[in-house]
Design a protein. Structure first.
Length: 318
């Protein structure tokens, strides 16, 4: 059995794998867990991030408003399923990720500027007061995802260089920083896979939740996109990265681990999307709970284990 390196979460949301189910990730039977009804001014709430906080959980949530602005708000929950969201904007932008590093909760998100999207970084200790740092990944990039600890003395962050539109391309790179201010030592990690061998990720890919540290390396869940006659389709894959040089990919899924098949994933503002942004992982049991955006409209939850994903990526690797 593989081991998650990290904290125990005794109250992690969980449902056992359905009997006879063959796939490595299975959905919560109460999905979606967050809809536009959670906030009166919301058109949609999706692509959001959660972490353990105190005796419960805290999160930062993407809200597209009824004027179609893209903003971030905070929320709290005792069980990580039923959320109370605040109506105060903390930042403009979208697609947040969260991780705790050395007692601070770091937020990375797609920050909107007049010159295009950049990676915003801020931190908090209480989810009420935020300190914003210098922008990373300038001038145009998305999917900024921090590793949850320093590696060889450096903070590390994945990102995907983009354009100012819907970006019909995209590879993952790793950047390094001594101080969370100046980023460099950029390394290519992996890119879209051209051809038919793994066509679901042939247009672009991007990092998903904060990587999970295991005794075999960093476990990364990511999204992959194919361009079809009906537009983009977003699915999930996973990869195992080297623990000391995480731009080195040890295994990467040839087959996807989850795809949009339910009504709430296939119908919405942007149909046919599952977009992972957060996980909770329990070191004691190996359980992993995934939070993901569905059709750019609502938030869903799914389950897996470290062994399910590691076995799958090794047996189905490119």
């Amino acid at each position: 059995m593989a081991k998650i390196i990290g904290r125990e979460i005794n109250n992690i949301p969980w449902q056992d794998k359905p009997e006879g189910y063959q796939y490595p990730v299975w959905r919560y039977d109460g999905n979606p867990i967050i809809t536009r009804d959670n906030l009166f001014f919301a058109n949609s709430i999706f692509n959001s991030a959660v972490v353990p906080f105190g005796d419960g959980f805290a999160g930062v949530f993407r809200v597209d408003t009824r004027t179609r602005d893209q903003v971030l708000v905070t929320g709290f929950s005792s069980d990580a399923i039923n959320w109370k969201l605040t109506d105060k904007y903390i930042f403009d932008g979208y697609d947040p990720r969260l991780c705790e590093i050395e007692g601070k909760y770091y937020l990375s998100w797609v920050k909107l500027t007049v010159h295009g999207t950049v990676i915003g970084i801020a931190y908090t200790t209480d989810f009420e007061n935020w300190t914003e740092l210098e922008e990373a990944g300038y001038p145009v990039s998305r999917n900024g995802v921090l590793f949850p600890r320093k590696i060889n003395g450096y903070y590390m962050m994945m990102s995907r260089p983009s354009d100012t539109g819907h970006t019909p391309f995209g590879d993952i790179f790793v950047s390094q920083s001594k101080d969370m201010e100046f980023w460099g030592h950029h390394r290519y990690m992996m890119g879209a896979y051209k051809g038919d061998a793994s066509a679901w990720q042939s247009t672009k890919i991007g990092a998903g939740p904060v990587p999970i540290e295991t005794d075999e390396g960093w476990l990364l869940i990511y999204h992959g996109v194919i361009t079809t006659c009906n537009g983009y389709v977003y699915r999930m894959g996973c990869a195992l990265l080297d623990i000391d040089e995480p731009w080195k990919v040890k295994y990467r899924t040839k087959d996807y681990i989850m795809a949009p098949i339910t009504q709430y994933e296939c119908m919405g503002d942007v149909p046919n999307v599952v977009f992972p942004c957060a996980t909770l992982s329990d070191a004691a049991t190996g359980r992993i709970t995934i939070y993901y955006g569905c059709a750019d409209t609502v938030t869903g939850m799914a389950f897996t284990t470290v062994d399910e994903l590691l076995n799958y990526v090794k047996e189905n690797s490119l």
